[in-house]
Each structure stands twice: as structure tokens, then as C-alpha cells.
Design a protein around this ligand. Structure first.
Ligand SMILES: [Zn+2]
Length: 287
């Protein structure tokens, strides 16, 4: 897989160098390497291609990075084990389950079973891979696979099955609740590294191993700001539609917008390689 991705990475680097996407300096340093020379013409083409990909985020694209055939069985068994682990601890607890604790639980409960060496290697490979190789251009707030959510720092939000950080997020959430009452719900709060693994790999699994396609909807593990205070809101009773573009048609969206709460992490046509997410509230405005 590494060799395959290296090639993809070079192609991707070329595209981004031409786009001049306003990346962090350390990322830009990488994009100027290599023999590629860009003209204004192909910049336009590449931007068009990029926007097409982002607007059709749920469809495969010719540049997408796919999990290689040799790794597929390991990938599949990892996803199944993560799903069994979530069933064991329950959906709510799994949101804040730390990686080392998850491994210990899997080892101790035969209905989950210990992660094999190959599965652990696979998880490490995914975690420490540069998200840019998939086309994900955002920052990485959680640097280590063992980064922890500390129970003393979080608070469970009643009836939501989700948690928020006491320091960073709860005040904003409470203000939103004060303004909008029961109409607004917390649809996703803190996500531990383990939780983001399950979400990202589930999406990759649905997409037949397409890591790039998955990363257009879900940040790869470590890259999600749900690990760092961001959260998602929705309209009560709107179900899965809260995670689609039609969320912008709800009263909750309109009110939040008027009140100035919608400082979005992934605005429309962002250059981070991520679909438009009008429901995702950015907590740390400086990152
Ligand atoms: Zn989100």
C-alpha cells in the first residue's frame, strides 16, 4: 500500500501546489518540492476538478487512494472487531473510549477478541499516514494514537448519548440551547481516537476500501476536531437529514445562522478536501 500511495501522493502534491490552497507553512513546504511546473490554465482545470470532487463527495474519483487487495482481509477484520467493541461498551461510552482501554477490553472479552498484530499494524498505518495522501488537507489536533479523553474534563449531555468538553464547548452549547430550546439537539460531541477509527473505517468499508472518498465526509483518525471540542448540532426529529445539505433548510440552521453561531469548520467549497458541513460548529476559532 505504501508504494501505491507514494505515487498518489506525488500526483496530489502536484495538484495542490498548483492550487495554492492557503495551507499551513509546513504543508506548503512539501507542495513546492518536485519537478512540477504549473500554468494558469491547469490551475483552473484543477480547481474545477477539485470542486467537482467535493460536490460529488460520495462518489469515487480517479485520483482516489484505495486500500490494496493484500490488506483488505486485515482491514475487514479490524472493522468487525471495532464494531463488536462498540456493541460491548455501548454507543455512548464508545464516544470517549480511549485507544489503550479499547485494546484491553477487546483482550478481556472473548466476544470482541484481542486485536491481532496485523490489525494493530494496520491501525497504526492509518493513524500515522499523512491525511494529504488521501486528499484530506485539514490539521491534525490529536498527534498520537494514545491521546486520551479524560473523564474529568467531559460532561455527558442528557438524552443525547454524547459528551462535551467542560472548558471549551459546554458554554456555547448551553447558549445555543437557551436560544433554541428543545428544537436543537446535539448530534455528535467528543469523539475519541477509537471512535473516529470506527466512523472513518466504517465509511471506508461502505466505500469498498476507498480512503479518499471516506475522508471527504469524515476526518481520518487524529484529524477530527471532535477530539478537540467541535460538535455537531441538528434539528430534533430531522434524523439523518441533519447530516445532509438539507439541514440548511431547517429552522434550527436559520436561527443559528442569524445568531452568529455557525462558525463552520468546513464551509462551502472549502479547500480542505472536505464536503460542506453546515452542522459542524467550530469551537477553537483560531485553528
Ligand atoms: Zn462534525
Amino acid at each position: 500500500m505504501v508504494k501505491h500511495m507514494k505515487r498518489r501522493y506525488l500526483l496530489k502534491t502536484m495538484g495542490l501546489g498548483c492550487l495554492g490552497l492557503g495551507l499551513a507553512p509546513e504543508l506548503l513546504a512539501k507542495t513546492v518540492e518536485g519537478p512540477f511546473v504549473c500554468t494558469d490554465e491547469n490551475t483552473d482545470e484543477r480547481l474545477k476538478d477539485y470542486l467537482h470532487k467535493i460536490h460529488n463527495f460520495n462518489e469515487p474519483h480517479e485520483d482516489d487512494v484505495i486500500i490494496d487487495y493484500e490488506l483488505y482481509t486485515i482491514f475487514e477484520s479490524t472493522v468487525m472487531r471495532l464494531r463488536r467493541l462498540q456493541r460491548l461498551v455501548g454507543h455512548g461510552n464508545f464516544n470517549i473510549l480511549n485507544f489503550p482501554d479499547g485494546l484491553a477490553l477487546a483482550r478481556n472479552y472473548s466476544k470482541v477478541g484481542e486485536f491481532t498484530k496485523a490489525e494493530l499494524d494496520f491501525l497504526e498505518l492509518v493513524f500515522y499516514e499523512d491525511g494529504q495522501r488521501y486528499g484530506f488537507m485539514g490539521q491534525k489536533p490529536l498527534k498520537e494514537i494514545t491521546d486520551q479523553v479524560k473523564k474529568k474534563d467531559v460532561i455527558k449531555i442528557p438524552r443525547s448519548g454524547n459528551y462535551l468538553y467542560k472548558e471549551r464547548s459546554i458554554e456555547i452549547y448551553q447558549n445555543i440551547k437557551k436560544e433554541l430550546g428543545d428544537k436543537v439537539i446535539l448530534t455528535s460531541g467528543i469523539r475519541s481516537v477509537m471512535k473516529q477509527f470506527l466512523l472513518f473505517l466504517n465509511k471506508t468499508y461502505e466505500s469498498k476500501g476507498n480512503l479518499s472518498l471516506a475522508s471527504r465526509s469524515l476526518a481520518p483518525p487524529g484529524y477530527s476536531f471532535h477530539g478537540n471540542g467541535d460538535f455537531d448540532v441538528g434539528q430534533a426529529g430531522y434524523g439523518k437529514l441533519n447530516f445532509t445539505g438539507s439541514f440548511t433548510e431547517t429552522e434550527v440552521y436559520k436561527r443559528l445562522s442569524e445568531l452568529g453561531y455557525l462558525k463552520l469548520r468546513y464551509p462551502e467549497d472549502n479547500k480542505l478536501g472536505v464536503r460542506y458541513e453546515p452542522w459542524h460548529i467550530k469551537i477553537n476559532a483560531d485553528v
